[in-house]
Write a protein that binds this ligand. Structure first.
Ligand code: FMN
Length: 176
């Protein structure tokens, strides 16, 4: 099985997962900016990873805009983010709706992993975006449970990456 792991990573956690997955699959991990969809014809299995930024999977259009070129291949996409993994309505609702059109997930298997958000590392625009989001959410009169969680997540500060989380994806790609 000829596989490749492609990733787009701003602060390193998506890259860390890409390297762990590539090691397990004994294939290479490459940055998305070095890849064109046309270059992927030689692979049987493609894994794409991107961090979540306002529910958007960073760079995932490399896969979703080129599904016709990737027909017949085994496709896995993983997200990294700070939303707890048991928030299934978030991952299966908002994240899916923002990134995939109807039917796309019949062809792509989606996985979610925890990432890292270390406040001291964030760029100024990212710090400002988190602060603004917290302010907006905190101003809501009757916040939903999800909005309350979002307010809490704005204060997240740490590395939640977990190497042991990769195996379901690895087994999927290997066809186990
Ligand atoms: C501006 C900003 C927006 C974010 N939006 C989300 C989000 O919508 N959902 C989520 O779970 N995590 C969110 N995060 C956390 C990142 O997804 C998380 O830090 C991820 O691991 C980043 O991966 P990367 O450093 O490899 O790009 C956000 C972080 C920043 C700085």
């Amino acid at each position: 099985m000829n596989a490749i792991v492609i990733y787009k990573s701003r602060y390193g956690s998506t890259k860390a997962y890409a390297e762990w997955i590539a090691e397990a699959l004994q294939c290479k991990a490459v940055e998305a900016k070095t890849v064109r969809a046309e270059d992927l014809s030689e692979y049987d299995a493609i894994v794409y990873g991107g961090g979540l930024y306002a529910e958007v999977i960073n760079g995932v259009s490399l896969i979703t805009k080129n599904l016709d070129k990737l027909e017949g291949k085994k496709l896995a996409v993983y997200t990294t983010g700070i939303t707890p993994l048991d928030c299934r309505e978030y991952y299966e609702g908002e994240v899916v709706e923002k990134n995939f059109k109807q039917g796309m997930l019949d062809k792509i298997k989606l996985f979610n992993f925890l990432g890292r958000m270390v406040v001291a590392e964030l760029s100024f625009p990212h710090k400002a975006a988190i602060k603004a989001l917290k302010k907006i959410m905190s101003g809501r009169e009757n916040p939903t449970e999800m909005e309350k969680l979002l307010i809490e997540l704005c204060d997240a500060d740490g590395d939640f990456t977990d190497k042991s989380a990769i195996w379901e994806l690895v087994d999927f790609v290997k066809g186990a």
